[in-house]
Write a protein that binds this ligand. Structure first.
Ligand code: IPM
Ligand code: MG
Length: 369
């Protein structure tokens, strides 16, 4: 089969890590007999510099014409003023909204070989394997924003609004995922304070009783969740939560994995094909890391693993996705790692060497068919 992938390398280390993911995808294509046609677009700071806009219309058009989007990272110190009219993050928020990517999947697994890289004690981390499903196109991120100057001083407000339909569709994504895992769903909210959270709870309880009686539903307040993520992280299976809580909790959860350089993400739209595939944007959860950009030492594994998610969710290529994941595993076992996860026993190599090692591991593996 032939597929078209929109590639948005973005800023900082984005281009370096995306290059390695594409390298691995090309090898997967050869092994399994697919053609991945890639077309590059601008997003973020580099797009601002070139066009004045963080998400040029041409980029959006390119994405709409593609089967999936692979993104590096956006942002950097030169565009960092939060009061600026145009900012790189607007590109990211804009593309999520424009493509209808409401479901953000952020899996957090602690690889047994990296137990010592986390700031948490290894015995707390054994068995950590959770999936955070974050609502991505609603809530306080996208509600009306206001700011006014009065005689008594300035005021500002950000509206947090959720509709029943928005809650239902994200809960279904999370509950479907729970079914394929340990069958546990944790709704995280602030129902003791927020009306939107009380809406989430009542809708979720009803929907789960009706459609997912086989999935065990629990809820937790977001502040308690922040604590339990560190206290007993292995107990979590699937977490579903609103946009801003998901943003905060996933940065916290990422520390369990030792390095943000290990964690992929998928941002999915509605299922659009009979085979269950859907439009999606795939990116590492780390940022553009301007401090190490251009030095060839960024960890490309989060982006490579994001490419695996792309194959699985947007192209329906399950064996191919699993091949990448197994190749990443083999690379870690071989001790081919970047500085963020290096140990005295495993000295660091560069971004490209890690990409080469994963690509070779895919080659060595065969098609498995
Ligand atoms: C993320 C990021 C973005 C967000 C920023 C860059 C707008 O933190 O993807 O988690 O808050 O969603
Ligand atoms: Mg974030």
């Amino acid at each position: 089969m032939e597929y078209t992938i929109a590639v948005l390398p973005g800023d900082g280390i984005g281009p370096e890590v995306v290059r390695e993911a594409l390298k691995v995808m090309q090898v997967v294509g050869q092994r399994f007999g697919h053609t991945f046609t890639t077309r590059e677009g601008l997003i973020g700071g580099i797009a601002i510099d070139a066009t004045g806009l963080p998400l040029p219309a041409a980029t959006l058009h390119l994405c709409e014409q593609s089967d999936a989007v692979l993104l590096g990272a956006v942002g950097g110190p030169q565009w960092d003023n939060p009061n600026a009219e145009v900012r790189p993050e607007q590109g990211l928020l804009g593309i999520r909204k424009a493509l209808g990517l409401f479901a953000n999947l952020r899996p957090v697994k602690v690889h047994p070989l990296l137990l010592d890289s986390s700031p948490l004690r290894p015995e707390r981390l054994a068995g950590v394997d959770m999936l955070v499903v974050r609502e991505l196109t609603g809530g306080i991120y996208f509600g009306e924003k206001r700011r006014e100057r009065t005689d008594a001083g300035e005021w500002a407000s950000d509206l947090c609004l959720y509709t029943q339909a928005e809650v239902e569709r994200i809960v279904r994504v999370a509950a479907d995922a729970a079914r394929t895992r340990r069958g546990k769903l944790m709704l995280v909210d602030k129902a003791n304070v927020l009306e939107t959270s009380r809406l989430w709870r009542s809708i979720t309880v009803g929907l789960m009783q009706q459609e997912y009686p086989d999935v065990q539903l629990e809820y937790m307040l977001v502040d308690a969740c922040a604590m339990h993520l560190l206290r007993r992280p292995a107990d979590f299976d699937v977490i579903v939560t609103e946009n801003m809580f998901g943003d905060i909790l996933t940065d916290e959860a990422s520390m369990l994995a030792g390095s943000m350089g290990m964690l992929p993400s998928a941002s999915l739209g509605a299922v659009s094909a009979a085979d269950g595939t859907r439009m999606g944007l795939y990116e590492p959860i780390h940022g553009s890391a301007p401090d190490i950009a251009g030095q060839g030492k960024a960890n490309p594994l989060a982006t490579i693993l994001s490419a695996a998610l792309l194959l699985r969710y947007s192209l329906g290529l399950k064996a191919e996705a699993a091949a990448i994941e197994a190749a990443v595993d083999a690379t870690l076992h071989a001790g081919v790692v970047t500085a963020d996860i290096a140990t005295p026993k495993q000295p660091p190599v560069g971004t490209a060497q890690v990409g080469d090692a994963v690509a070779q591991a895919v080659e060595a593996m065969g098609t498995g068919q």
